[in-house]
Design a protein around this ligand. Sequence first.
Ligand code: SF4
Length: 80
Amino acid sequence: MGVRRRTGEFLLRVNPILCDGFGHCAELAPDLVSVDEWGYPIVTTRPTALTDENALESAHFAVRGCPRQALAILRVSDES
Ligand code: SF4
């Protein structure tokens, strides 16, 4: 049995229709999310490597902590 490597990148996506704009996600994933002047999240559009375990863990915290289930982690394929 081989070792499974994580390759590729991920993006954190917000559904603006569901989001209530209290900015809880920015506290849970400050490296990936900031808030605008109204408290709505501004999520980085730059893909993050799946090997960045801290960022990935933060993204999972944000997804689980979002009270509106407005966040999702999207895997960006590294195949071209
Ligand atoms: S935690 Fe969820 S509902 Fe709250 S600001 Fe972030 S995305 Fe929006």
